[in-house]
Design a protein around this ligand. Structure first.
Ligand SMILES: Nc1ncnc2c1ncn2[C@@H]1O[C@H](COP(=O)(O)OP(=O)(O)OP(=O)(O)O)[C@@H](O)[C@H]1O
Length: 282
């Protein structure tokens, strides 16, 4: 937690000051800690988080996903994980494991009924997110992806301040509104000193099943403006793909067949991360 006594601000927020310097946090056995955020909800942030994890797991990397979207957790559903988790006597919780060995922690794996909503105020959610890092036996991982809650409010702020992030991947879609809101998330990352690793444009186009032509379902892309403005790379573009939607709905996102697109995504992220030394690279 930050120390308000050492801060010149009079915001009265009690430990959530965005401008305050972060104390270094031990990354334990995690090589790369990557947050995935969007600003706007519904653009495919969780799907992209899962695809990033799948791309790295297919390369033989040890991968985890910390589902920080406490009020809208969807990672277990995407990966077909249903069994609730049980803590050990020592108070630590082993994460769940998906088909490719992707380790997962999500609030939905702690609820008796995953359909019940988590109706908690900000401080409770903030504490849970810290426990997801401190009290989970993640073990040694090459990549830990964090599916951030949408927006720029309390919960994403807590994650970005209390986890040892190497950087953040932004997910957007071609709609003007999504681009505008993702800019806010970019500014937030800048305020918190979290490096922007790049942007993934999801739902970029739809391929005509008849002639194969790419159609701009949501209008022309604005992603080049975004990458230029914030000096970050475009990590990948994903089409609106009914097969992907079906795989997500049936908990089989790990079976997504676009091997080349996923490999390109993994390479682009790896290149973006290449600036700083890797611990436990796969
Ligand atoms: N490229 C795509 N093609 C087809 N369907 C997609 C694609 N990307 C995401 N979807 C579908 O869109 C829905 C929303 O995706 P997802 O949950 O990843 O969004 P989100 O941004 O994480 O949402 P929230 O902000 O509510 O957490 C899901 O049903 C998912 O299967």
């Amino acid at each position: 937690m930050s120390d308000c006594q050492s801060c010149s601000s009079s915001c009265g927020e009690g430990g959530t000051c965005p401008g305050q310097a972060k104390e270094p946090i031990d990354k334990r056995g995690v090589g790369r800690f990557v947050a995935v955020g969007s600003g706007k909800g519904g653009v495919g942030k969780s799907t992209t988080t899962a695809l990033l994890a799948v791309a790295m797991a297919r390369r033989g990397c040890r991968v985890g996903i910390l589902d920080a979207d406490v009020t809208g957790p969807s990672i277990p559903k995407l990966l077909g994980i249903r069994d609730p988790l049980v803590g050990t006597v020592a108070g630590m919780i082993p994460p769940a494991s998906a088909k490719l060995g992707i380790r997962v922690m999500s609030v939905n794996l702690l609820l008796d009924d995953p359909a019940k909503p988590v109706v908690w105020r900000g401080p409770l959610i903030a504490n849970l997110l810290k426990q997801f890092w401190n009290d989970v036996e993640w073990g040694n991982l090459d990549y830990l992806f964090v599916d951030l809650p949408p927006g720029t409010a309390d919960a994403p702020l807590t994650v970005m301040q209390s986890l040892p992030l190497d950087g953040m991947v932004l997910v957007t879609s071609p709609q003007g509104l999504a681009e505008l809101i993702v800019e806010k998330a970019c500014h937030m990352a800048g305020m918190l000193d979290v490096p922007l690793l790049g942007v993934v444009e999801n739902m970029s186009f739809v391929r005509c099943p008849g002639c194969g032509q790419e159609l701009d379902l949501f209008g022309p892309s604005h992603v080049a403006k975004l990458t230029e403005r914030f000096s970050m790379p475009l990590l990948g573009r994903f089409p609106v793909d009914p097969t992907l939607a079906l795989l997500c709905d049936s908990g089989r996102v790990e079976d997504y067949g676009e091997a080349e697109r996923l490999e390109d995504l993994a390479s682009a992220l790896e290149a973006s991360l290449a600036g700083s030394p890797v611990k436990g690279a796969c």
